[in-house]
Design a protein around this ligand. Sequence first.
Ligand SMILES: NC(=O)c1ccc[n+]([C@@H]2O[C@H](COP(=O)([O-])OP(=O)(O)OC[C@H]3O[C@@H](n4cnc5c(N)ncnc54)[C@H](OP(=O)(O)O)[C@@H]3O)[C@@H](O)[C@H]2O)c1
Length: 293
Amino acid sequence: MASTRIAAAIHLPRRARGSALNGRAGRYCGVVQSSSRPSYSIDRLWPDPATGLALDEAFGDIALPPAPAGRPLVGVNMVTSIDGRAQLAGTSERLSGRVDRELMQHYRAAYDAIASGVGTLRADDFYSHLPRAAADQRVAAGRTAQPLAVLIAGGGRVPTDRRFFAYDDQPRALAVGTSSPYAATPLPGVEMWVAPTVIPQPAWLLERIAAAGCASVLLEGGPHLNAAFLAEGLIDELYWTVGARLVGTNALPMIAPIPGGSPWAEHPREGELISVHRSGAELFVRYRFGRIG
Ligand SMILES: NC(=O)c1ccc[n+]([C@@H]2O[C@H](COP(=O)([O-])OP(=O)(O)OC[C@H]3O[C@@H](n4cnc5c(N)ncnc54)[C@H](OP(=O)(O)O)[C@@H]3O)[C@@H](O)[C@H]2O)c1
């Protein structure tokens, strides 16, 4: 997906697409639009099969369903290996290829807020800042240029040297628990959300996200944060990239085991298949889940 990083505006170094970001090519890092941008061939397998689509044709208009009553819509965006692992050597890097990294910008552009657990930021130097073209499209549609970037921590360290904190034109919020040192010493340029609990709870997080004017939030992991939302039945959409790789490890899956046992262990959440695309050997699958309450 197209991506003009605002490198010029904030004097970040431009990188060639697919090249290492901070030495590593991360799924959650932006991509750079250039005149030599390669075109990807996407096949839509379901519904309405079609072959040879450009990325923009296949994913340019990700229509979200209406938000459930009383809270924002929650999407989850994850990549796993074929054997279901969401980490490769401790990060999400190299689980998928360039198409997936570009596709992520389309998913992000559709949402009002992008949220991640701090465990993911500790592992990956990710950021959700949209490229210029996507930001311009949002503005033309009467939306904010950039989604609200929400980092969800508990009481632990927040790696403030990450590029998550680098983009001054993107609103940012840091949610922390009561025992977090950041509750008493907020970070500059970041709206602080201090939960009434030691670990921020999903329903409270959604209240804060709604209060910030967001009708939708895309969770980009990690597996423990995903588990907290699933535990409360608060996942409405899933965007799942199946990276064409086998790893055979005991790395975390897309959703970590829910602490204390899953309420869905006997009666699982049933997904409705919304679409399936492929590019090369990778699959891009979208599911929708029924609403709670
Ligand atoms: N394959 C993918 O698509 C994908 C996507 C994202 C991440 N990942 C990988 O997953 C790993 C990180 O995931 P993770 O599961 O360890 O961490 P995580 O879910 O990103 O973050 C967990 C942390 O979030 C904080 N937190 C706040 N509220 C929480 C709540 N209600 N429930 C759970 N945690 C809450 C806690 O921070 P404190 O420690 O401060 O208390 C907790 O330790 C990395 O290896 C990353 O590369 C993969």
